[in-house]
Write a protein that binds this ligand. Structure first.
Ligand code: PLP
Length: 456
């Protein structure tokens, strides 16, 4: 290993080198993205169908095929609170694994909310405010997305209402308090405040909730109030677009480090942090400028990319959203209450799904105990306590690094450390006490949910 007094650990970009445009992978796709369909007519949904719940600027980004989309100056100004984010070389993790692999990570946990989620919460709040919207409704799984939107709402003077998945509401009370401190109001989902929530509670009073249910409640809230729009923290094209600021910075920072990644890894719930890091690299791969192996890592309890089907499905459990073509386990599938609440989703971003279908990216799934074991190892070597979602990526990184050792290869691995786990200590406590359980892949429940897929 290099002399430790001279080895570089962080690669830092000056503020003026923060990207001025987001990267839109729609410009480089090998085949066009299948359009979203209206849930009633089954016909391609147009801007008017989305207008009740999203501002026009975001609808425009959702369907744009322009390669570069300008980041408005007020958004760049808010990004400057925490961007550019650092790229780290994980020297100490490498040493503990005794691997010839070089491991780099982009750290998004230094944002005010503690994850990558403000990268899209800020522009979403900005464009809504520009259109005169006063209130936003949203769902949150882990609480990271709700915290990010609550923070962005505070920056741009918008009221924020958060439907927080019941399992996370109970596991992570401090996330709720953070959202309330930013000024948001938070209810556990399913909640008695929407028609859909009341229906779920009537059938299943002790429902742990799911992202699919919370999305239905937030969409219903936005669709039934004139002053409110809906905001989604993942899955949609414009969300993934905003997150590409991560990968655009990483391209420059890897050049500063003088290395090209062989493997790029991110955990995937709805796909936004994975896409955020990997799409600018995937774009180079699609344009024939470079080659990378790109791997999405999902939980064994909700493995949409690895075991789901590629089909049109609803984004929510209450069937209020348009139909999108994606890898899905069925919109009625409720994942087990794993501690990585942000990965408990039945579907996957249509853009990520298409790239998987086209063989541009790979996917694998991991159990939560193995993920937490990797997270603890990371904390004990690199010092940062990762969010439970991010530990899924770390598990895959460690496996890659050990394979490189076996093969005697100096592989370069880049991953996205999407958030810190400071509000997830109860989960770490359960892991350390040996009380965390693994859930087998719920084949029967998935089969049942897939039987109910809409016919398109
Ligand atoms: C820290 C963290 N990483 C990853 C995710 C998964 O979401 P996505 O796949 O959209 O990045 C979440 C979701 O809440 C999260 O909080």
């Amino acid at each position: 290993m290099a002399d430790s007094s001279s080895r570089q650990t962080k690669f830092i970009l000056d503020e003026d080198r923060m990207p001025r445009t987001w990267y839109n992978i729609a410009a480089d796709l090998p085949v066009p993205l299948p359009p979203a369909l209206h849930p009633g007519t089954g016909k391609p949904a147009g801007p008017d169908d989305f207008a009740p719940i999203f501002p026009m600027a975001l609808i425009g980004q959702e369907v744009s095929t322009e390669r570069e989309i300008e980041i408005p100056e007020p958004v760049r100004d808010a990004y400057r609170l925490y961007r550019p984010s650092p790229l780290h070389r994980a020297h100490r993790l490498e040493l503990s694994l005794d691997t010839p692999a070089h491991i780099y990570y982009k750290y998004e946990g230094g944002s005010p909310a503690g994850s990558h989620k403000p990268n899209t919460a800020i522009p979403q709040a900005f464009y809504n405010r520009e259109q005169g919207v006063r209130r936003l409704a949203t769902e949150t799984g882990a609480g990271q997305w709700g915290s990010a939107l609550a923070f962005a709402g505070a920056l741009f003077g918008l009221e924020v209402k958060v439907y927080m998945v019941r399992a996370s509401y109970d596991q992570k009370p401090y996330r709720r308090i953070l959202m309330e401190t930013y000024g948001a109001s938070v209810v556990a989902s399913p909640s008695p405040t929407t028609d859909y929530g009341r229906r779920v509670l009537a059938e299943t009073p002790d429902s742990p909730g799911s992202l699919g249910i919370a999305i239905s409640e937030a969409v219903e809230d936005a669709a039934t109030r004139d002053d409110t729009k809906y905001s989604l923290g993942s899955v949609l094209n414009h969300v993934l677009l905003h997150q590409t600021v991560i990968g655009l910075e990483a391209l420059e920072q890897m050049a500063m480090a003088g290395e090209e990644p062989d493997v790029i890894i991110g955990c995937a719930g709805g796909g936004s942090n994975f896409a955020g890091l990997s799409f600018p690299f995937a774009g180079r791969k699609l344009r024939g400028e470079a080659d990378y192996r790109i791997v999405a890592v999902e939980p064994e309890a909700a493995p949409s990319l690895t075991r789901g089907v590629y089909a049109y499905d609803f984004g929510d459990t209450g069937h209020l959203t348009p139909l999108v073509k994606m890898h899905t386990l069925g919109s009625e599938f409720i994942p087990e209450p794993i501690h990585a609440g942000g990965l408990r989703y039945h579907g996957m971003a249509p853009l990520v799904s298409l790239l998987r279908e086209e063989g541009v990216i790979d996917a694998r799934s991991v159990h939560q105990r193995a993920a937490f074991e990797a997270g603890v190892r990371f904390a004990r070597t690199e010092g940062i306590l990762p969010a439970p979602e991010s530990t899924h990526a770390i598990k895959a990184v460690i496996d890659e690094a050990l394979e490189a050792k076996e093969a005697g290869q100096a592989r370069v691995i880049l991953f996205n450390l999407s958030g810190h786990g400071h509000f997830d200590l109860a989960s770490y406590e359960r892991y350390l006490a040996g009380m965390l359980e693994d859930y087998e892949y719920p084949a029967e429940k998935v089969e049942e949910a897939l039987a109910a897929l809409p016919r398109v």
